[in-house]
Write a protein of this length. Structure first.
Lengths: 112, 112
């Protein structure tokens, strides 16, 4: 079974731009979660989607948004990028949102 | 506020020895605790989950203990190998469902 895939793997943007990241979960998994990882803050939960509905949201500003499609693929969008948004963005999937998360390789975003 | 603490200093041990990593938490009453391994440039990989009513769990050379009174989990790797070198993250359920809260991880280096 193929693992979680994320595209693109690397991205360079400038302040003020917006970015969209994509995640394809493991086949059959309906829950997709997004995390931001930085050296200073570690891994922080952004949001979780299940059957196209956001069920949980972390403590991030409204510039961070996401959605999930009927095939369980998910996208997250960051608008008006700031330097502090430079991070590794990780997507994780699970069958129904239960405990064990299967992570993708991440998208490394650099904001200049 | 809720806090998860892992030893920020890297742990250096010799091949064949037992590595012990610590995860302490405050202001949580987790239903379970998980350990993940993360290699540079990759997403975390699930290792073990231990529930609040379990004291100890084993998987091959790995052992996890969970003391809800001390609010602490210990993660042991016996007969460590250089291939075990990685960052190890502990994660607790966020309490509100469908979210994991992670510690910042401990870097383990096993030298031959």
């Amino acid at each position: 079974k193929a693992g979680v895939t994320q595209t693109p793997r690397y991205l360079i943007k400038t302040r003020g731009q917006q970015v969209t990241l994509s995640c394809s979960p493991i086949s059959g998994h309906r829950s997709v979660s997004w995390y931001q990882q930085t050296p200073g803050q570690g891994l922080q939960f952004l949001f979780e989607y299940f059957s196209e509905t956001q069920r949980n949201k972390g403590n991030f500003p409204g510039r961070f948004s996401g959605r999930q499609f009927s095939n369980s693929r998910s996208e997250m969008n960051v608008s008006t990028l700031e330097l502090g948004d430079s991070a590794l963005y990780l997507c994780a999937s699970s069958l129904n949102g239960e405990e064990t998360q299967y992570f993708g390789p991440g998208t490394r975003l650099l904001v200049l | 506020s809720q806090k998860i603490e892992q030893n920020s200093e890297a742990l250096n041990i010799q091949e064949g020895k037992t590595a012990t990593l610590t995860c302490n938490y405050t202001n949580y009453s987790p239903a379970y605790l998980q350990w993940y391994r993360q290699d540079p440039g990759r997403g975390p990989v699930f290792l073990l989950l231990i529930r609040e009513n379990e004291k100890e769990k084993r998987k091959e050379r790995l052992k996890v203990t969970f003391d809800t009174t001390l609010k602490q989990s210990l993660f042991h790797i016996t007969a460590s190998q250089p291939a075990d070198s990685a960052t190890y993250l502990c994660a607790l359920d966020g309490g509100s469902g469908y979210a994991l809260n992670f510690g910042k991880g401990t870097s383990l280096l096993v030298t031959p």
